[in-house]
Design a protein around this ligand. Structure first.
Ligand code: HXC
Length: 257
């Protein structure tokens, strides 16, 4: 099936996903989320793709979940639809996910960005969780991911007020990696993506896997997990090549396995 709301393409070793519903500020209806997740999963399993980059077409990254689609929902319709099952699939991806955001990054759009590993934003970008003003709350990880990033006290203030957080504050709070001028955002993000894509694939993958454990395990369990991953890397060709190249004082040529 041809996606209706996203454009997906492969650019070198970068899998690109562009949210493409600009007339609605890329409001995320269920079909759109499914298309995003399916494109992510296809890239995650495609050996030619090393890094996945997400951005929004038009004036904004995304104004959040499609309110018109939710206006008549009931607890039972939500339970039966289980709209968040698709969102959960994002956490199971192995490859680096980078969000390049601009304009409004609201509600579900903010949650989608927070589900990515790295976030780059333009100076004018505004982040917010406006759900409180609609009589609801974030449902796709916003309360959890924001709190883990910035702590309870600060997260509650943003979630209760629904205020717009400028990119500069998002950067100070450690929510985003870097602010890049709008006309340079795409080039900057592709450069970062290409740098990561040039690294040994298994190292990149097992680093993400270990870092994810830091949020969920005790320090010792996380370190045990890290060690397993470290040992596993000694079974890769890229470890042999990387260390041999160092010893022989030459540049390594990585094979990606
Ligand atoms: C459905 C939306 C939408 C949304 C914008 N549109 N956001 N439709 N869901 N989230 C539509 C408008 O209805 C309008 O359609 C068109 O996009 C242009 O928007 P305008 O409001 O006319 O533009 P503007 O005045 O520039 O304001 C832009 C805006 C505002 C600040 C982004 O639209 C806005 O506040 N949107 C809602 C943001 C929000 O509350 N997000 C949280 C959603 S709840 P027409 O047909 O009139 O042209 C959520 C829960 C997450 O995300 C749960 C997990 C998934």
């Amino acid at each position: 099936l041809t996606p209706q709301y996203v454009k997906a393409s492969i650019d070198g070793r970068i899998g690109r996903i562009r949210l493409n519903r600009p007339e609605r500020y890329n409001a995320l209806n269920r079909a759109m989320i499914r298309e995003i997740v399916e494109a992510m999963e296809r890239f995650d399993q495609d050996e030619t793709v090393a890094v996945i980059v997400l951005n929004g077409e038009g004036k904004s990254f995304s104004a959040g979940a499609d309110i018109e689609e939710m206006v008549d929902a009931t607890p039972v319709s939500m339970e039966l639809l289980d709209p968040f099952a698709d969102w959960d699939r994002i956490s199971r991806l192995h490859k680096p996910l980078i969000a390049a955001v601009h304009g409004f990054v609201l509600g579900g759009g903010f949650e989608l960005a927070l589900a990515c590993d790295l976030i780059y934003a333009t100076p004018e970008t505004q982040f917010a969780f406006p759900e409180v003003g609609l009589g609801v709350m974030p449902g796709a990880g916003g309360t959890q991911r924001l709190t883990k990033r910035i702590g309870r006290t600060r997260a509650l203030e943003w979630l209760w007020t629904g205020d717009r957080m400028p990119a500069s504050e998002a950067q100070q709070l450690g929510i985003i990696n870097r602010i890049v001028e709008a006309d340079q955002l795409e080039a900057h993000v592709l450069t970062v993506a290409e740098r990561i894509a040039a690294q040994p694939v298994m190292s990149v993958r097992l680093i993400k896997d270990a870092v994810d454990k830091a949020g969920n395990l005790s320090l010792q369990d996380g370190m045990d997990h890290e060690r397993r991953n470290f040992y596993l890397l000694f079974g890769t060709n890229d470890q042999t090549e990387g260390m041999q190249a160092f010893v022989e004082k030459r540049q390594p040529t990585f094979k990606g396995n």
